[in-house]
Ligand binder design. Structure first.
Ligand code: SDX
Length: 433
């Protein structure tokens, strides 16, 4: 048996040393296994924001931040983006291998035939005010799915876990489209089995009962690529939320609803909508310097949305691809001098030549250009993070399935460093002066 490498920790005050095993990785940093630290040394590790903490072992996605690398099950994102189909990528993330033709056909058929929503679920949408943010609707409706699909709630049954995973992937576009239709006061449109995953989403968003609607192939192709790029990203905030929720053995619909809630934050998936709001606020190239100064000002809460990343300290490989696709989509839509795109490119140029951003290795991330494409496809700003959630549902369910199939999985329960009052006695109100 290979010798286990260890890391020795020494308490400089007491001289106590303990040896901790090292968990080797296939690629990327190894980890010191500190699970016995408290038992052996009576201390915790402290790592708010998890800057240096591996929360689990996973085989799904690998990110190398210094080089700007992203691989799904070992395949570089650039190759999947050029060759891929979103459901093929979904299969890869769920099952670990690229599907053969018949496997993809069966998976595609299964997902397609789960796209309908339970008819009574439609009443749920009417419970929201017309101007409810679609992400608020998504969180509520996805969380309610366990009330409708009782035959895929037994998390100990691998078959039921798989059905729940397929239902979630299949129904997210239907729920997203229904949220949008509720926002614009239009009737919910049923999916069509003859359409691809992305074309069906466009159909359910934009078809009208009054005339034949054919999804725009440019939009279908752009969505397919954007969904591949957004499908998974290792242990980001929303995926970690799904894993923590799942660790309590909560049902998969509740776990994905928790992931949607976490993704909505502007520091995470909500950034794509925040980028467009920021570009609208900047308004003009002449204002860029003012906003760069605000972003650098410690006393100003303003941050350059779509910039920076906890892991990437080079250009986010997805942002590279999206920027190029943005250009192509705008050209095809004859929108070549799109002021937003021009402003974004100029903002990027100025920021990347500024010492503050260079020193902190702040580059455009996946959210910087994606909103400009969504906007060019006619998708409203408040639907941008919904698009992100549709794609990331594949990553969320892949990580949930990986965790739930591990017999050693335990409930996630971090500890703390207590900084409150030491023990003190209760004082009756009559004695409180
Ligand atoms: C996503 O984790 C993932 O993988 C996420 C994601 C995925 O696919 O799941 O990639 C998707 O969420 C992308 C990120 C989208 N968010 C944004 O674009 C919001 C703007 N970005 C920042 O809020 C920030 O960069 C984060 C949240 C993305 C990362 O924050 P970190 O890693 O905690 O970094 P930090 O806040 O400690 O910043 C380090 C320094 C600080 O300055 P100093 O205190 O060292 O002087 O960089 C500064 C920050 O003030 N900084 C920024 C900045 N981002 C960091 N300054 C101005 N503008 C910014 N955007």
């Amino acid at each position: 048996m290979a010798e286990v490498k260890t890391f020795t920790l020494t308490n400089d005050e007491t001289g106590q040393s303990i040896k901790l095993p090292i968990r080797e990785s296939v690629q990327g940093p190894a980890a010191i296994d500190v699970s016995s630290l408290y038992k052996e040394a009576g201390v915790f590790t402290y790592d708010p924001g998890f800057m240096s903490t591996a929360s689990c072992q996973s085989k799904i996605t690998y990110i190398q931040g210094e080089e700007g690398l992203l691989e799904y099950r070992g395949y570089p994102i650039e190759q999947l983006a050029v060759n891929g189909d979103f459901l093929e990528t979904a299969y890869l993330l769920l099952y670990g291998e690229l599907p053969k033709k018949d496997e993809l056909a069966e998976f595609d058929h299964d997902i397609t035939h789960h796209t309908m929503l339970n008819e009574t679920l439609k009443n749920f949408f009417n419970g929201f005010h017309y101007n409810a943010h679609p992400m608020a609707i998504m969180v509520g409706v996805v969380g309610s799915l366990s009330a409708f699909y009782h035959d895929s709630l037994d998390i100990n049954d691998p078959q039921q876990r798989e059905i729940a995973a397929h239902r979630l992937i299949a129904k997210m576009p239907s729920i997203a489209a229904a949220s949008y239709r509720h926002n614009i006061g239009a009737p919910i449109v049923y999916p069509r089995h003859s359409l691809s995953y992305c074309a069906n989403l466009l159909h359910m968003m934009y078809a009208t009962p009054c005339e034949q609607y054919e999804p725009d192939p440019i939009a279908e192709k752009a969505l397919n690529l954007l969904f591949i790029l957004h499908a998974d990203h290792e242990q980001n905030a929303s995926t970690s939320t799904v894993r923590l929720a799942g660790s309590s053995l909560a049902n998969p619909f509740a776990c994905i609803a928790a992931g949607i809630a976490s993704l909505w934050g502007p520091a995470h998936g909500g950034a794509n909508e925040a980028v467009l709001d920021m570009l609208a606020e900047i308004g003009d190239v002449s204002q860029i310097d003012k906003y760069i100064a605000k972003a650098k000002d410690k006393d100003d809460s303003f941050r350059l949305m779509g910039f920076g990343h906890r892991v990437y300290k080079k250009y986010d490989p997805r942002a590279n691809i999206i920027r190029d696709v943005c250009h192509q989509v705008l050209e095809k839509l004859a929108d070549t001098n799109n002021p937003l795109f021009e402003l974004a490119q100029r903002l990027e140029e100025i920021a990347l030549s500024d010492e503050y951003f260079i020193e902190r290795k702040l580059y455009p991330n996946v959210d910087f250009y994606s909103g400009i494409i969504y906007r060019a496809l006619g998708i409203p700003n408040n639907m941008f993070t919904v698009m992100f959630a549709i794609a990331r549902t594949v990553g969320w369910v892949a990580h949930w399935m990986e965790m739930m199939s591990d017999p050693r999985q335990k409930i996630g329960r971090p500890r703390q460093v207590y900084k409150g009052h030491a023990r003190r006695e209760y004082i009756p109100i009559s004695q409180r002066d």
